[in-house]
Write a protein that binds this ligand. Structure first.
Ligand code: ADP
Ligand code: MG
Length: 382
């Protein structure tokens, strides 16, 4: 059953409209966002789809086709940050963030029924898809006139302050702003964006996402530890953020750092910002194949310097490269989640089989492999 039909069955009337917002995968630029550096995500074909109608009585009704359980009913004027620990906190948080930003009309409420094809907990931002689809639907219905980047910021605020997850703004920006056939260059200092052509199909290439099936758990303090280490590095180098250390000055900067751990984190962040710039230059020049080794370099940096990889992700990357891929890296927060693999279309089956067999031989859960076709950002679909 589609979300439109599901909505009618639940709420007894047709929705005013249907919206979709995608998950994302980050091509390059990891742990650079909070250092005010660069990231480069692309939207996936997988989307959260929401059927939505306005209400006038201040009630918010939420339902997900993917979660067992009844309709969640809340009052907009009783939404309190950090009190709701269920999935409903994501869309409810968006309503809260819109009101906090002064959009009083959303206090009328809404009926929402959604379903998503974005895998959860695989590092592909199913949470951002949920937030952004809610934000766009309410923006359209309540005629708020907000732009994609504004909807992304509000969605981030919902996740940070209402749900209580300290994420950057990349995921929501990718979901809100991506364009089909492109990767998105986001400058995390001024939040400016640029669409960079990333046409895989015409080049005979595919970017595979390999979900390691290892659940990423950022809550264990590793993220905060890396973040604190980066802040310490910036402090010792006399800059506000590591973004301000030029790649050409990296060797000199590293010599000035005494702590081995901080030195590794700084080397990762500054070199990954540089890798984003390398990838952009190559894509602008139409040399898509040449980004492969840059991706693999990025993995080495995440594995050895930032130390956020895991055996399963390392196995994806080494097996992919040994079986003919052009390059590969883990993507996202680390300790599980997914990797991206750049591969000739003709070699997709060979590389996929090699990875699957290597996982079986190691006794790991079978990975999930699918192509990351650079897709459109959030949009109204009906
Ligand atoms: P990620 O964003 O990397 O997929 P998160 O832990 O940030 O992982 O977000 C996953 C959470 O988002 C789920 O635990 C659930 O609360 C919510 N979520 C994602 N997709 C859905 C869905 N289809 N229906 C209801 N909740 C969902
Ligand atoms: Mg998330």
């Amino acid at each position: 059953m589609g979300v439109r039909e599901g909505f009618e069955e639940l709420y007894g009337a047709a929705p005013e409209g249907v919206w979709a917002a995608p998950g994302r995968v980050n091509l390059i630029g990891e742990y650079t966002d909070f250092n005010e550096g660069f990231v480069m995500p692309l939207a996936l074909p997988h989307t959260a789809v929401a059927a939505v109608s306005r209400r006038e009585d201040g009630v918010l009704r939420l339902h997900s086709a993917d979660i067992e359980g009844p309709v969640v009913e809340l009052r907009v004027d009783e939404l309190v940050p950090l009190t709701n620990t269920s999935w409903a906190a994501y869309p409810a948080g968006v309503v809260w963030a819109l009101r906090e930003a002064g959009h009083a009309t959303v206090a009328g409420g809404a009926d929402i029924h959604l379903a998503s094809t974005v895998p959860t907990g695989a590092g592909l931002s199913s949470s951002a898809a949920l937030e952004v689809v809610t934000a766009l639907a309410l923006n359209d219905l309540y005629e708020l006139g907000l732009t994609g980047p504004q909807l992304a910021r509000l969605s981030q605020r919902a996740e940070n302050d209402f749900v209580g997850v300290p994420c950057g703004v990349m995921d929501q920006t990718a979901s809100a702003c991506c364009v089909e056939g492109h990767a998105l260059h986001l400058d995390c200092r001024d939040l400016s964006i640029r669409q960079v052509p990333f046409d895989l199909a015409s080049q005979g290439l595919e970017l595979l996402v390999v979900d390691s099936r290892v659940k990423h758990a950022l809550g264990d303090g590793a993220y905060a530890e890396r973040r604190a280490g980066c802040e310490e590095g910036a402090r010792q180098l006399g800059v506000t953020h590591l973004r301000d250390v030029a790649y050409e000055e990296l060797d000199g900067a590293l010599e000035r750092l005494t702590d081995e751990r901080v030195r590794r984190y700084v080397r990762h962040v500054v070199s990954d910002d540089h890798r984003v710039e390398q990838v952009i230059a190559l894509l602008d020049a139409g040399d898509v194949r040449a980004i492969g080794p840059v991706l693999t370099d990025g993995h080495r940096s995440l594995r050895d310097d930032l130390r956020i990889s895991c055996p399963e992700l390392d196995l994806v990357v080494s097996t992919a490269n040994a079986s003919g891929a052009l390059g590969a890296r883990m993507t996202g927060g680390g300790f599980g989640g997914s990797a991206v693999v750049l591969v000739e279309s003709a070699d997709v089956d060979t590389v996929t089989k090699a990875i699957t067999e290597a996982f079986a031989a190691a006794g790991y859960t079978a990975p999930r492999v699918f192509p990351a076709v650079p897709s459109a950002g959030a949009r109204r679909v009906a």
